[in-house]
Design a protein around this ligand. Structure first.
Ligand SMILES: Cc1ncc(COP(=O)(O)O)c(C=O)c1O
Length: 492
């Protein structure tokens, strides 16, 4: 990467003064400074001497003299036929010099929203790609058809026209919305017009957009208890009044909810998150009726429908709605892989304009390349094939996980195997809090989530939420074994 080396050298003290007798010393000093302060990292390839001389307006022999000095002092190495590479001295830690800056005067304060978002954030420590097992909600990542996806991306670039490199429609490419509308009709009994679909980076993004369009601070909303923690954080950051509705064996139970005209009910009817309970038909009708009576919307987060709906298909709430009450959130991040960042929502007509406007004025649109590839992935039936493979693999891995977990960990946990999601819940039998266990496992790069963190009211729940299929059987077995060793150690 040859960035503007002239600017970088100038910032490190190189200036051109034709009267100066030893320009090469000045150049050498600037390079040395840039290497020591890590502006030039180890491995960086210096531009060829001819290019440097040209860029800096000096002779090539002057550049070569500076290079000689850097070579002698080991700040760079020469590789035959390739050029010169930076070799920064070891053991010099990069110092972020922020505190050394003398700050003059004050700064604007954060908005109330800015403070609320910061307070509710949690950050992943270290490298999140280290240790995928047993993070909840991940599909079998190792069977993603990389070669097919690569081919679709290659096809996209082969046919690209210059105008396609420009901005595109905020709500998403028409081809993808049309293919998606068809896919949803077949798989979810969702009948919608492609123009009601908005392509986003995922369910959380969709929820953010809809919530910001509908909610004012102190508005009422109804949320399932337990619920998806990221959604809960978002609602808290928006400073709304959250009314927790209990989840029982039939799903969301609204019988104790008394708030006046909530703006919406946030629910996961096809596979309650994280309990895995399917909302009964009766509850679905009740909820739709309740929404009309209370003049509210229902946000149906169908994050898991491909899995929860496979064996015993149950349509979506959206498909039962005749009153435009349901806002439907879907995602490909769960079925394909979360780093794809591709999701969608289906909106009642009156929300399409305002939600698109917020979207346009914030993140504009999702990468055209991914949208095109996804559209072709659906159209060429790859999605269907992948879906079947994912379902079979997830089923096999669930059995494998359950077998090994019960064999190894039954002194510590009792595993609930009823959920049809991509995770299982293990209830804790030992006297150790789930939050503590989550931390202890994380120290060994094992990702499990504390069940109590999914509850939004004080609770005495104690268990672990674990994804069981993101890694292969060998890794599942090894990770469970490691977990049992950790449990033995903790037990003392
Ligand atoms: C219930 C639920 N909804 C939404 C999401 C977020 O999905 P996405 O990655 O598409 O934002 C998740 C992710 O774990 C989830 O569990």
């Amino acid at each position: 990467m040859h960035f503007n080396i002239k600017g970088l050298l100038a910032r490190n003290g190189f200036f051109l003064d034709v009267k100066q007798p030893q320009i090469y010393v000045n150049l050498y000093t600037a390079f040395k400074k840039a290497i020591l302060n890590r502006s030039l990292e180890t491995g960086y390839q210096l531009p060829p001497s001819r290019v440097l001389a040209n860029d800096l307006g000096i002779s090539r022999s002057t550049v070569l003299k500076a290079i000689d000095l850097l070579l002698v002092e080991n700040y760079i190495t020469a590789k035959k036929g390739s050029g010169y590479f930076v070799r920064a001295p070891k053991n010099k830690k990069i110092k972020l010099n922020i505190s050394a800056i003398e700050k003059k005067g004050g700064y604007p304060t954060l908005s109330q929203k800015g403070k609320a978002f910061s307070e509710n954030a949690t950050w992943l420590e270290g490298d999140s790609t280290k240790g995928v097992a047993f993070r909840p909600g991940l599909p079998p990542l190792d069977i993603f058809p990389v070669q097919i996806w690569k081919k679709l991306i290659d096809d996209y670039w082969k046919r690209i026209t210059p105008s396609e490199l420009s901005y595109c429609n905020t709500i998403g490419l028409e081809c993808l919305r049309k293919n998606l509308a068809h896919y949803l009709k077949v798989y979810r009994n969702v009948h919608c017009h492609p123009d009601q679909i908005i392509i986003t980076t995922g369910s959380l993004h969709s929820l953010y957009l809809v919530s910001n369009i509908l909610l004012e601070a102190h508005d009422n909303i109804v949320v399932e208890n337990p619920t998806y923690p990221m959604a809960y954080k978002l609602f808290k950051s928006l400073e709304v009044k959250i009314h927790a509705a209990q989840v029982d064996s039939e799903g969301l139970n609204l019988s104790k909810i008394t708030c006046h005209k909530p703006k919406f009910v946030y629910t996961t009817p096809s596979c309650q998150y994280p309990t895995g309970i399917k909302m009964s038909m009766q509850r679905r009708y009740q909820l739709l009726k309740w929404a009309v009576k209370n003049e509210t919307f229902i946000i149906e987060d169908d994050y898991n429908h491909e899995f929860s709906n496979w064996e015993k298909p149950l349509g979506s709430l959206y498909g039962m709605d005749t009153q435009e009450r349901v806002i439907y959130l879907g995602t490909f991040n769960k079925l394909i892989h979360p780093s794809l960042r591709l999701g969608y929502m289906i909106l009642p007509q009156q929300l399409v304009g305002p939600v698109s406007a917020l979207y346009q004025q914030s993140s504009r649109f999702v990468s055209r390349q991914n949208q095109k590839a996804m559209s072709a992935f659906i159209e060429k039936d790859y999605l269907n094939k992948h879906l079947r493979k994912v379902i079979d693999t997830a089923k096999e891995r669930k059995d494998f996980f359950v077998h090994h977990f019960n064999n190894t960990m039954s002194d510590f946990f009792s595993l609930d195997t009823s959920s049809e999601g991509l995770h299982l819940i293990a209830h804790n039998k030992v006297n150790m809090q789930d939050i503590y266990l989550e931390q202890k496992f994380a120290e060994h790069n094992i990702k499990v989530h504390a069940l109590s963190n999914y509850y939004i009211l004080p609770n005495n729940v104690n268990g672990l939420v674990m994804g069981f299929c993101s890694v292969n059987p060998k890794q599942i077995k090894e990770t469970i074994l490691k977990m049992s060793e950790i449990m033995e150690q903790l037990k003392g």
